[in-house]
Ligand binder design. Structure first.
Ligand code: SF4
Ligand code: SF4
Length: 283
């Protein structure tokens, strides 16, 4: 039986596909987007997270690390000693059977709203075998969506695609150099997978996290709209940059370095989408 590593389950989400959704977040992502607001989903390993809010500065959590390693640090034992329950493990391995059992408890409510389950991340395609087994086990029980950045080899993408009902596909930046600069990887496999998705008969939604000065320029919006039109897509959902994105980095002991001015409102350039006949929703 396959296992997957999840870092969160959102029970009643209204943003991750039609109806009310249960969203399962899988850990690990090949990208390092400068604006990422799910940094706890980036690394594949189980991490120790400490919330700075209401900390008593008693040092009990770090002393556990010192006992074990000789230097003050967080270790799994730190979780049990915090008097405020501020330390926790982020990431848990679950089997297909365990996860499907959790989802099945809510399928009646999800189905009544026209919703279902969405697998997100991180990047869920890193867990392709697990995903395929989960989708197969949920076949006929609820609507199954995949939320992806599209970065995977073509065989993996097509294999997972065959088992879900809907794909929510992120497009971030059409210029490859800019894509590398702000996400750490080339957009070539992403665009290739998008073309394959658009050419398939699988329902899909295109989503763009709209980041000021990174991808909300006229040039990039025009290039994205042109690419989508060429692929036959006529609908896009824009997600304006979330200014609260930095908060979670501190919990992971990391600095948030967005490398762009997040105080500027991103420009959706509605007129460009209209010129290309692409309907826009701003979420
Ligand atoms: S044990 Fe808890 S309260 Fe004490 S320093 Fe660590 S996080 Fe803060
Ligand atoms: S693809 Fe998503 S999860 Fe991965 S780094 Fe980018 S924003 Fe974060």
């Amino acid at each position: 039986m396959q296992t997957g590593r999840i870092f969160s389950i959102e029970e009643f989400s209204t943003y991750d596909g039609p109806g009310i959704r249960m969203t399962v977040f899988l850990k690990g992502c090949p990208l390092r987007c400068s604006w990422c607001h799910n940094p706890e989903g980036q690394r594949g390993q189980i991490e120790i997270v400490r919330s700075p809010n209401d900390c008593l500065a008693c040092g009990a959590c770090l002393r556990e690390g010192a006992k074990k390693t000789g230097a003050p640090c967080l270790v799994p034992e730190s979780v049990a000693v915090c008097p405020r329950s501020l330390v926790r493990l982020c990431g848990e391995d679950v089997s297909v059977e365990q996860l499907v059992r959790i989802i099945e408890k809510n399928t009646a409510i999800l189905n009544a709203s026209g919703g279902g389950v969405t697998f997100s991340g991180g990047e869920p395609l890193l867990w392709a075998d697990f995903l395929v087994d989960c989708f197969a086990a949920l076949d006929g029980k609820t609507h199954r969506a995949l939320q992806t950045c599209g970065y995977a080899d073509a065989d993996t993408f097509l294999r997972v695609l065959a088992h879900c009902d809907l794909v929510l596909f992120d497009l971030k930046q059409m210029d490859d150099e800019m894509h590398r600069r702000y996400t750490g990887v080339s957009n070539a496999p992403i665009l290739e997978n998008y073309r394959a998705l658009a050419a398939s008969d699988k329902p899909f939604l295109t989503r763009i996290p709209l980041i000021p000065t990174v991808n909300d320029t006229r040039e990039n919006i025009e290039a994205t709209a042109r690419f989508m039109k060429e692929c036959g897509a006529d609908y896009v959902e824009l997600l304006p940059y979330n200014t609260m994105a930095g908060g979670k980095y501190r919990m992971l002991g990391r600095e948030y370095e967005p490398r762009f001015d997040g105080s500027i409102l991103p420009d959706p350039h509605k007129e460009i989408w209209k010129n290309y006949g692409i309907e826009v929703t701003i979420l």
